[in-house]
Write a new protein. Sequence first.
Length: 179
Amino acid sequence: MIKRNRVFIASSLDGFIADKNGNIDWLHSIPNPNQDDMGYSDFMEDIDAIILGRNTFETVCTFDIEWPYKKPVFVWSNSLKTIPEGLKENVFLVKGSVDEIIKQVHEKGFYRLYIDGGKTIQSFLAEDQIDEITLTTIPILLGSGKSLFSEIQKPLEFSCVASKIYLNEVVQNRYIRKR
C-alpha cells in the first residue's frame, strides 16, 4: 500500500495563498475561457481522502456551489464541534497532532492523502509529513496576506519532477520530497 501526503495549491508570485483580507478572487485574475483545471482532476484521481484545515473547510462551505469533493474529507479542528447537515456522510472531524491525524485517517483505510489549507500544510511540513507538492504560481504580487509557508526547524529538500505552463502565463511545478 502506498502512503503519500500530497499538496495541490496555488499561490501568488510572493508566496501568498490569500490576500490580506483572506480573499482568493485573485486566483481568477488570468482569463481561463476553457475552464482548464490545470491537472486538478488527474491529481484527485490518485487521492483516497482529503485532510482540510478548519479555516479552509469553512471557506469552501461559503462558496455558492455544490460540495466540491467526491472523496472523504477529514476536517482537522480542535474547536469545531459539528459538521453541517448534508455533509455528515462524507465529512468527518479529526483532532490531535499531525501524527495522530494521519494515524486516524490510515485506520479508516485511506493512505493517499490530499493535504489542504495554509495552517494545515504548514503543520504537516513542520513535521516533515509532505511527500509531494504541486504548486501553481499565479503571476500576481499581493504584497501581504496568508503565506503558504512558515518557519520550519530544518530545511526540507524537494526535487522538481515536472513543470508546465498553463494559459500562457501560469506556472505549475511538481516537487517530490527527497528522503
